[in-house]
Design a binder for this molecule. Sequence first.
Ligand code: PMV
Length: 354
Amino acid sequence: MDFLAGIMEEFKSKIKTNDTNKGKVSAVCPSNIALIKYWGKREVQLPMNPSLSFTLTESHTRTDLKFKPKSDNDIQLKVFFDGDRKPDFEPKIHSFFERIEVFLPFLKDFEFEIHTQNTFPHSSGIASSASGMGALALCLTEIENILGANLSESERLKKASFLARLGSGSACRSIYQGITVWGKTDLIEGSSDLFALSYPYEIHETFHNFRDTVVLIEEGQKQVSSTVGHDLMKNHPYAERRFVSAIENLEKLIEVLKTGDLETFGTIVEHEALSLHAMMMTSQPYFILMKPETLKLIETLWNFRKDSLVPLFFTLDAGANVHLLYPEAYDSRVEEFLNTNCSPFRMIHDRVSI
Ligand code: PMV
């Protein structure tokens, strides 16, 4: 069986009944923050390097998906956000449904109403596409089971991760709690470009209950979307080295997650964040998503860490906001830092639980 036929066989719908009752399903899915960054992809939504992330706990999307039978043969959906109809959001979801219809043929048998809410402010810089696509994929696999697919819980999560990836790459990692990995690599047994999995190796207790406090340097729409950024990796002069560097960092991180060596953890994670932004700054056309306040905060953090020896580190997403990472045991020491240095900015206090 060739590669594509194999994928089709594994993920195509195994619905056995023709039960087309109306109904409603719901799902909650968190956002995630990558420590090893995915930046650069090939068709269709396949990553150029493996990535690893913390799934967050507080920042999540809740989606209620209502479905009722219809007779014509097209995709019909309406999207509501915080109770209001959002026609602007519909083309993206429509394309997502078109892309995954081959794996979920029932999408044309129903009309859908998607009601969605986030626990974090809209356009706050938290990746709502990850939690949003994750929640939607979980809803769809639940409908598939209602219609008789009979997927076990692990098969259902794997398929949800596979589908979420086709909506937004990093969304596939949000399906699992704790630490997750996406992208085929010999370093992680069972890893795949097609879906994410729960990190399968030992995790030192230092990383249980890690904090992620997001300092919102800039709110609102990003000037350059991640779709454009990924695309610019195609003719990027440093792309190949970057993909190798991500693998090297992942290899070191696997050891650090086992030993609990926080200092090396910080070196790897901060190098990843700055490498991501270095790729943006050396694309053609080049662009900068960090703001002066981003760099100022990083410098202040480095000075604080040197003086206090508090293991406080940062990572960055594709934006100006700074994610502060630290073990829960240092909550009160970091609170001093936040009060002194971050009070002009809004913050989101999140964490990863393992
Ligand atoms: O999933 P996308 O296409 O929004 O890309 C995510 C890219 C980063 O957030 C910068 C890195 C990552 O691995 O999450």
